[in-house]
Design a protein around this ligand. Sequence first.
Ligand SMILES: C[S@@+](CC[C@H](N)C(=O)[O-])C[C@H]1O[C@@H](n2cnc3c(N)ncnc32)[C@H](O)[C@@H]1O
Length: 232
Amino acid sequence: MTTSDYDTFAAAYASENDASLHNHYYERPAMVRLAGDVDGRRVLDAGCGSGPLTAALQEKGAVVTAFDASREMVGLARQRLGADADLHVADLGAPLPFDDDAFDDVVASLVLHYLQDWVAPLRELRRVLRPGGRVILSVPHPSVYLVNYGGSTYFDVTRYSEEFTFDGQEAVLTYWHRPLHAMSDAFTEAGFQISVISEPPHAADTPRDLLPEHLRDRTAFVCFLFFVLEAR
Ligand SMILES: C[S@@+](CC[C@H](N)C(=O)[O-])C[C@H]1O[C@@H](n2cnc3c(N)ncnc32)[C@H](O)[C@@H]1O
């Protein structure tokens, strides 16, 4: 199986994502909160998947353009968002089909860790953002890799794979662990400064039975790491 190929499990992933603890009750609310008041802002959703964050930001008045490398995921986003939605099949690891200064914000939910190099993609996001624009992003928290895989490769950018079951369908995701200092170095090299680092709680309305038993007495757990970057 080609790993990280969302085309092969797009519908199963999208269905899982729409109701899961990790996406629906934790990652997405945190991204929306960090984005804040987006009414009237031009937002690019990079790695949009089936478009749940695009939809949430549209509901808050943002004018959203979205893209994903997976044609199947973009097809599902089209079903969710309608024929008029501004959706593209495009690769964050390549030049993007958007003009300079076209957006006020970029949101990149759980996508950058699929890329070995971050500097060129972040420079490309810098190009399509207006000066002072923001990138709001989430990635797997690097300390989770440290806990799960030990310290030996923590300081290296390291490729690894994990198995998942999405809505009953088995899938393998392959992505890149990146230590915290390498994230910060890439942001600086690409022309951004960090304005927020966030380790947010899960949503207050998270159904108790979705939480593993040992987490039920807590409002937060370590899973993803969130940044707001500002284009210098
Ligand atoms: C974990 S999913 C997140 C989807 C969506 N952002 C969300 O949070 O619901 C990762 C998405 O990134 C997309 N992706 C992976 N590599 C990409 C790349 N190089 N360029 C654009 N999208 C990519 C996948 O196709 C998939 O839809």
